[in-house]
Design a protein around this ligand. Structure first.
Ligand code: THU
Length: 141
């Protein structure tokens, strides 16, 4: 993926973070999912006063995309931190979101972590979730 594309996706994640509804944790997250057809689906975390219905930014982005017919994805960018503040580090996706990524994406799927300012770190889904259970089910190596 080109440097410029990564940068734009990271910026979209930062912007989506501004829409987060996170009054309980005070931690806001934005995600921007690049679909294979070039569409970008964004998401933010949405919390609930009864806590368990809360949903992470990454899953909101994936579910939005799948709900409009997207199935193939090129990359996701994620930005998170204390509400109202610049991220003070990188926000790696939680285990549940990693599993959702594994439903649709191969191990080389790039996950771009957007940190403070222009800081970025790109990792793959395989690095985040090795030996994952996926649609292929059994590991035969
Ligand atoms: N959260 C995300 O949206 N994505 C992540 O990658 C980590 C955590 C949300 C869940 C909850 O609303 C808040 O951040 C604090 O955990």
């Amino acid at each position: 993926m080109r440097e410029e594309e990564e940068k734009l996706l990271a910026e979209a994640a930062r912007k989506a973070r501004g829409n987060a509804w996170a009054p309980y944790s005070g931690f806001t997250v934005g995600a921007a999912l690049l679909c294979a057809d070039g569409t970008v689906c964004t998401g933010c975390n949405v919390e609930s006063t009864s806590y368990s219905p809360s949903c992470c930014a990454e899953r909101v982005a994936f579910y939005k995309a799948v709900s409009v017919g997207e199935r193939k994805f090129a990359a996701i960018a994620i930005a998170g931190g204390e509400a109202g503040e610049e991220p003070s580090g990188f926000c790696p996706p939680c285990g549940v979101c990693r599993q959702v990524m594994a439903e649709f994406c191969a191990g080389d799927f790039p996950v771009i972590l957007a940190g403070r300012g222009a800081e970025r770190k790109t990792v793959t889904l395989a690095e985040l979730l090795p030996l994952r259970f996926g649609p292929d089910n059994l590991l035969r190596e």
